[in-house]
Design a protein around this ligand. Structure first.
Ligand code: GLY
Length: 290
């Protein structure tokens, strides 16, 4: 654990759904976290990478790679990136601040495609295990360059809610082209210039001990806000009523002319939803919206 020094990043295996990670400057807390997870699986101690996190998804047919639009998610439970890690409390896309550092979002995407996605896809192909599907690159933009913190072979949650909200090209065509080896002849995915923000409504006690079975009201009123739709995650109907069945209950997804507009719509909609003890972050995309 002392190889990298503080802050320490201790990560339980992926089955912990993002909640098995602790980032702390307290060596004892890092060791205690490792102890908690040691009985159930391997623990990885990683170098801490400082900088903003960006999620970038790529479709691959094993040879050709097509990037989607970058998004940023908010993994901590509380405003100001405080509290425990979660599966994700909100996300937004696009990331206007990428322009300052990379000369535009397109330049950033081109760089990560050339330096990260294409080499990975080429290497997997060379090893006889071509990757066909969705490659999720979790990136940290450090002072010394773009670093990969993780790959997933799936769409990310909640980033997908905002990336797909802006996707203009038919997703089914892109997925079919990836599956059938024809991505090269498919036009690059197109995205609207609109901004999208999603905010996750979580149950009381999430992530440690979510309270479930509580009634959710006001979803129709929330979904009637212009530009808003709901993406349900842990809901069910019981005796005709909508109830929460897990920690991250639903996403309020809003599209607007810019991030400030999308934020306003998302939070207007959230205020119409009631869930006893429910909580959500109030600062999703706040800094990026300016
Ligand atoms: N948003 C993090 C994940 O999907 O793993």
């Amino acid at each position: 654990i002392d190889e990298f020094g503080a802050p320490y990043v201790v990560k339980a295996d992926g089955l912990a759904a993002g909640k098995g990670v602790i980032v702390t400057s307290d060596r004892e807390a890092a060791l205690a976290h490792a102890d908690t997870y040691l009985p159930s699986g391997p623990v990885l101690v990683e170098e801490f990478l400082a900088g903003p996190e960006v999620s970038l998804f790529f479709l691959s047919d094993g040879d050709t790679v097509r990037a989607l639009s970058p998004a940023q998610d908010f993994k901590r439970a509380l405003d100001g990136d405080e509290g425990p890690n979660t599966g994700g409390m909100g996300a937004y896309s696009p990331l206007p601040w990428l322009g300052e550092r990379f000369g535009g979002e397109d330049a950033f995407v081109a760089q990560v495609t050339a330096e990260v996605a294409e080499p990975v896809i080429r290497q997997l192909d060379a090893e006889g295990t071509p990757f066909i599907g969705l490659l999720y690159a979790g990136l940290i933009l450090t002072e010394s360059g773009v670093k990969v913190i993780e790959f997933n072979a799936r769409f990310g949650d909640p980033e997908t809610q905002v990336v797909l909200a802006r996707l203009r090209s038919p997703l089914s065509r892109l997925l079919l082209a990836a599956a059938s080896g024809t991505l090269e002849s498919e036009p690059a995915p197109e995205f609207s210039a609109d901004a999208a923000v999603t905010v996750v409504l979580a149950s009381e006690g999430y992530p440690e001990a979510p309270q479930t079975g509580r009634a959710i009201e006001g979803t129709d009123a929330a979904a009637s806000v212009d530009g808003v739709h709901l993406a349900h995650a842990a809901t069910a109907t019981a005796d005709g009523a909508l109830v929460a069945t897990g920690g991250r209950v639903l996403n309020v997804v809003a599209v607007g002319a810019d991030l400030a507009d999308a934020r306003e719509r998302a939070y207007t909609a959230l205020e119409r939803i009631t869930l006893e003890g429910g909580h959500y972050r109030r600062d999703i995309a706040a800094r990026a919206a300016g």
